[in-house]
Design a protein. Sequence first.
Length: 320
Amino acid sequence: MKEIVLIEYFTSLPKVNHLENKTIFSEAINLIDSISKNLIDHYNLKKLHVVRNSSLKKLSSKKIKYHPTSSKKSLKRIMNNLSKINHAIFIAPESEKITVKMYKELKKQFILLHSNLNCIEIFASKKKTFLNLKKNQINCIQTIKKTKKLSLIIKPDYGAGSEGIFLYKNSQELKLLEENYLIQEYHKGLKGSFTMLCNKGKYWVISCNKHIMKLKDKKVSQIGSVIGKYEKYRSEFEKIAAKLNKKFRGLSGFVGVDVIKLKSNWAVVDVNCRFTSSYIGLKSSYGKKTISKINDFYVDKKFDSKFNPQLIQTKEIYFS
């Protein structure tokens, strides 16, 4: 039977201020708890080792063992205590290259149940994402140079989700931008995402979701999702998934792809090589069988490329 280590960056920090960063911690805890509850249902999982700050609430289960971090007990020290466990899943933001750094560090000790380093490094950077998608002729949002064009969206090169994303209509403000930001035209088309399970070039699309967006004081943010709402676009999402997995065979496990509809075609905005918050609503929207197939991959490395998830109901989830 298998044992797996599960680490989420924010909730595993030795010092946390979950009151100051309420939305981040609420989203992170909900995601990790959802993954944990589902994984422990697998008959072949002996123990799930979850690294979490000692001040945060924990689930009660004989199959979950928590390893608490604190100001007196660092993450590195806990990792040393987990040296006998072979496999690990981690979730970390792309901001400041945290996901890349964490991958490299954990790879020294564990077999990571993730996409490979090449994919992690490409898709952690919005600039590299655009360049590689364009090179491989995958429809995406064009990155442009500074221009007088109205309705521009500004993004940090390394950023998670909607972090640091702003809408500008005054080209003079762009002069203040640093090199680690990129500029794209702001599009008002449908915004959504799809999730997929990947394995050595093979894949199956899990969910087709609508983004719930908010624009306030120039800041553009995703505040939630409607899981399964864009099921009618599944065939279009599957075509994008096929291209991504053909060109980036290092994609592995759960992957989230943010998309936007430009006129009649969908374009890729971001590729997230990790569990995303959409996972929280999967069981309600696509059922236990879908979750079971995902669990099979992570616990037993079984991959059913012919599986076709069936929508049961749509579900709204919010990140705060």
